[in-house]
Design a protein around this ligand. Structure first.
Ligand SMILES: [Zn+2]
Length: 396
């Protein structure tokens, strides 16, 4: 018996690999895989029994890849307090996050930190996202997950109870290996130390961790916000620098030379700016708070420009949950990259195929014959206006 085929005809296609729309284009799907992509509008050439979707006026975009997320956390203006919520609430939040991600066409999600708790599902104490990843694997209606374990910090860097704290470099290495033993796909190093402006480790110390993690087939994601922390991430050749809010020309050159991808999270500051009018929380709403956020955003945008100019690969992250953004709002990051000066097609690339490279799946964020039919149809041209990514008509 022939399986069902679906034909999407007459659409435009934007995949983040070039600056112009391909149009019209017709894509055929069978059994969840793309069987052909052809130029032209081929509704008439369809085999009997196929479902035909008139996609004229819509743009087909690959499934998105969110490279910086926190599945088990809630986001919002009180995101830090919400991180201490009881485990069942965090699990519920993760289920809602998964549904929101799928509805927004975000199919590949890299979790870069979750609290260490006794899991509601298997009772095992480890990073919560690891149990969710295992239970969701292969289930329809859930995104693909790569999960770090719990943040590894030098003692005193984050509120107690959230991260795995270590005192010295030997402890850091042992903690990284322990995360892999727990089943982590990647290790998250928190490279902001207890002293602002001072790198908590030497590059040699972090390089030893990177070597050990790579030897196990995993990768290292490094949080860095200040210049010293970004510099440490660059010098120690981690796989990704997360946030990277203070990158100078030297650091950008080093990131590029060492093949470190910058995972941008500019939309966090944009969400804080909205809290200036939607909350009465001082750090967002008073004049001093607003000015500080605007200044921080300006610095982060300049860092993106410096990195982009130096040829550093950029992947997009929302930081949903662990920052104030909500799950499924990755389009905001694409808009933020464009506002910072990245071309719209490259910003879309950051949220699709560039993110896919970081995620480590050759199918992630791509539309190709033989690949999985994970794409969405939106209205408008995301290569001219990234806001089109919010106007979702269908998710396939
Ligand atoms: Zn984060």
């Amino acid at each position: 018996m022939a399986s069902a085929q679906t034909i999407y005809h007459g659409a435009a296609l934007a995949d983040g690999t070039g600056p112009t729309l391909r149009r019209p284009v017709t894509i055929a799907v069978r059994d969840g895989f793309i069987t052909s992509i052809s130029d032209g509008d081929h509704a008439e050439a369809v085999a009997a029994g196929a479902t035909v979707v008139d996609a004229s006026g819509a743009t087909i975009v690959p499934g998105l890849v969110d490279c910086h997320s926190h599945l088990t956390l809630q986001g919002g203006a009180q995101w830090i307090a919400r991180g201490a919520d009881p485990t069942p609430e965090l699990i519920d939040a993760a289920e809602r996050n998964a549904a929101a991600l799928m509805a927004a066409g975000v199919r590949w999600v890299r979790d870069v930190g979750s609290p260490r708790r006794a899991d509601g599902g298997d009772g095992r104490e480890r990073a919560l996202a690891l149990g969710l990843r295992d239970r969701w694997r292969g289930q329809a209606g859930y995104p693909y997950i790569r999960a770090a374990g719990t943040w590894l910090t030098k003692a005193g860097s984050l509120p107690t109870g959230l991260a795995v704290e270590v005192g010295d470099a030997d402890g850091l290495l042992a903690a990284a290996v322990a995360q892999l033993d727990d089943g982590a796909d990647l290790v998250k190093l928190y490279l902001d130390g207890p002293d602002q402006g001072v790198a908590p480790w030497s590059a040699d110390e972090v390089r030893a961790v990177v070597a050990a993690v790579h030897a196990r087939g995993a990768t290292v994601a490094a949080h860095g916000s200040g210049l010293a922390n970004c510099r440490l991430a660059a010098d120690s050749a981690v796989d990704t620098l997360e946030h990277g809010f203070a990158i100078d020309d030297d650091t950008a050159r080093e990131l590029d030379a060492n093949g470190v991808t910058l995972v941008s999270t500019l939309s966090v500051m944009h969400s804080w700016l909205t809290f200036g009018s939607t909350t009465t929380i001082e750090r967002f709403a008073d004049e001093k708070g607003r000015a500080a956020i605007a200044e921080r955003l300006e610095m982060a945008e300049e860092s993106v420009r410096v990195a982009h100019r130096a040829g550093v690969a950029i992947a997009a992250g929302s930081d949903f949950g662990g920052g104030s953004v909500r799950a499924g709002h990755l389009a905001w990051e694409v808009q933020a990259l464009v506002r910072a000066g990245v071309e719209p097609w490259q910003a879309l690339g950051a949220a699709t195929w560039q993110g896919g490279r970081v995620f480590g799946d050759p199918d992630a964020g791509l539309i190709r014959v033989g690949g999985p039919a994970h794409f969405m149809l939106v209205h408008g041209d995301p290569l001219a206006d990234p806001a089109a990514l919010w106007r979702i008509w269908r998710v396939v």
